[in-house]
Design a protein around this ligand. Structure first.
Ligand code: HEM
Length: 529
């Protein structure tokens, strides 16, 4: 049985910040000013010893605990903000209440973060966490990665360097281009299979190995720090949510964009990665969107180039990406130096050496070909998870009985799939009172509606896609190694069925891709949704 059994971290905690007896009230701006590794505070929603939410948020000083944190310095991503989502999703076995109490230095001022879209009161996620931990134990698996992912990682790294070597040494351009495509594919596979788990703290138990695995993203030309910020503070907590900038712009223009959630955060992985596309129902339609289902597959190929040349530099130079403050990573001169050093080194072997061996035009061509192959593969496997027929968009703000704006995921047709699944569950039961009631804004239920699986349960596709084929499981359990997803999938699906929560899975990547294009076609041609 899975318990909150984490004595090691607890025992090592000596003093930290908790000595004070009178807890001070902390404002949002004061919390936000403690957003660096040298002074890191974070807010998490308040619970009692049994894990029941008691309302409001406690403030923790995690500065000195960070070096002892079993999940490594990932904890620093929480600095300066409401970290309830990270706190809940990265600890499937929970965090001891006594540890939280020891780190607590204050409480958030009344009203701060009350307007967070998610609710955590239902049993759904708690039961899911427990069952998933039990399944992993039953199967004798490690929650974080072991031999299976390590062997794959070594194979992919060897494939990348071997392809690169061939790209330099093939005198025939066609052969060099084939090697470049192969290099691009291996780079994409390293991205989804190694760096992704490493940066989520899921590749291995060792913090050092996780860091090293995460760093492979810099090795293929990206930046692990940028990725952490945009993926873990943008995409995961705010999946399929329209970006704040777009919303503000519309408001300034006096457009009633129906988006009522004023302080909503954004999902920079999905929407801002793809200009010229209408991927969210609240985006305005332009004439060219009519053809987006035709040009989308070509545009997708630019994904990695856009990230490597635009987002990486934007965030390091401005210290911000949309709503995401980068101080916790790029506030450190060492991290900035690592960023620039790795950019220079990777440009040397991915662009400089091809130019040296093949001449300027062919060298640049090979570099671009590699990126296009990587971008196309990544986007194909990723976009179908979040932009597809039947998926819900994060939040169409609805006001609850207390006058608070909360999440109610809805599809582009305006329906909430959970209403349907709940009704089906009700119809099948003679005693309706036994049907569990999961709120629409329940964190885990929202994850199940804003993500879609494909080829669920398949070991091969799970490995090939680095777990992208099990996107629902990934969003629910980002700190569990992707090699486990095909083993926990059945538990997650059954629990969803039991609680009346939607679980959408497509039979193959091919089917999912077709549905994604249909969805884009509809979005590109329909003005008002
Ligand atoms: C805010 C205060 C936090 C505290 C007090 C805390 C404490 C802990 C503790 C006690 C563990 C060991 C759990 C176990 O072995 O089951 C742990 C593991 C972990 N934590 Fe945290 N954590 C915090 C925030 C975070 C954040 C913000 C992240 C991610 C962004 C994170 C990521 C992880 C990961 C990846 C693990 C390893 C999970 C595993 O073994 O499955 N933690 N943390």
């Amino acid at each position: 049985m899975c318990k909150n059994n984490v004595p090691a971290a607890d025992a090592k905690l000596k003093g930290a910040a908790a000595a004070s007896t009178v807890l001070k009230t902390i404002s949002k701006s004061e919390l936000a000013s403690h957003n660096t590794p040298h002074s890191a505070w974070c807010a998490v929603h308040s619970t009692d010893a049994s894990g029941k939410y008691t309302g409001g948020h406690v403030v923790l000083d995690i500065t000195s605990f960070a070096s002892r944190h079993p999940g490594g310095d990932l904890i620093l991503l929480a600095a300066g903000k409401d970290a309830s989502v990270l706190f809940e999703t990265y600890h499937p076995r929970g965090v001891p209440h006594s540890l939280v109490k020891k780190l607590q230095i204050g409480v958030m001022e009344k009203g701060a973060y009350e307007n967070s879209f998610y609710s955590w009161d239902s049993d759904f996620y708690k039961v899911l966490k427990q069952r998933v931990c039990e399944r992993i134990e039953e199967k004798g698996l490690q929650r974080r990665g072991s031999g299976e992912i390590l062997i794959k990682a070594l194979f992919l790294l060897a494939g990348f360097w071997y392809s690169l070597y061939h790209m330099y040494t093939q005198t025939n351009f066609t052969n060099a281009a084939i090697a470049s495509i192969s290099m691009g594919i291996f780079a994409a596979m390293i991205g989804v299979n190694i760096q992704h788990d490493g940066n989520h703290g899921a590749f291995a138990k060792s913090k050092f190995i996780n860091k090293f695995a995460g760093w492979t993203f810099d090795m293929i030309g990206g930046s692990a720090f940028t990725w952490e910020l945009q993926h873990m503070l943008g995409h995961h907590p705010y999946t399929n949510v329209l970006d704040e900038v777009e919303h503000k712009r519309k408001e300034d223009e006096g457009v009633d964009c129906k988006l009522e959630e004023k302080d909503q955060e954004s999902d920079p992985d999905v929407f801002s990665s793809f200009p010229l596309m209408r991927m969210h129902p609240l985006h305005e339609v332009s004439w060219f969107h009519r053809y987006q289902h035709i040009y989308a597959p070509f545009l997708f190929a630019l994904m990695t180039l856009a990230k490597v040349f635009q987002q990486d530099f934007e965030i390091v130079l401005t210290g911000k990406l949309y709503h995401i403050d980068a101080a916790v990573r790029y506030g450190s001169i060492w991290n900035v130096m690592r960023f620039w050093s790795m950019k220079i080194i990777t440009m040397f072997y991915m662009l400089g050496l091809p130019i040296y061996f093949h001449g300027a035009v062919k060298g640049v061509g090979l570099f671009v070909i590699g990126h296009l192959a990587a971008g196309e593969l990544l986007a194909t496997m990723f976009i179908v998870n979040h932009v597809i027929e039947g998926v819900s968009y994060g939040h169409k703000g609805v006001t609850n009985d207390e006058g608070v704006k909360v999440a109610k995921p809805a599809t582009i047709m305006g329906d909430t799939p959970m209403e349907r699944t709940r009704e089906q569950l009700m119809n099948g039961k003679s005693d309706k009172s036994t049907v569990p009631s999961v709120p629409f804004d329940d964190w885990a239920a929202v994850q199940c509606q804003t993500s879609v699986n494909w080829s669920s349960g398949s070991w091969f596709w799970n490995h090939f896609s680095g777990g992208l084929s099990h996107q629902i499981e990934h969003h629910l359990f980002p700190s569990i190694c992707h090699t486990n997803y095909c083993y926990i999938q059945e538990v997650v699906q059954k629990t969803c069925e039991e609680y009346g929560v939607p679980y959408q899975t497509e039979s193959s990547l091919y089917v999912a891709y077709g549905k994604m294009l249909n969805h884009l076609k509809f979005l590109g041609r329909t003005k008002q949704l």
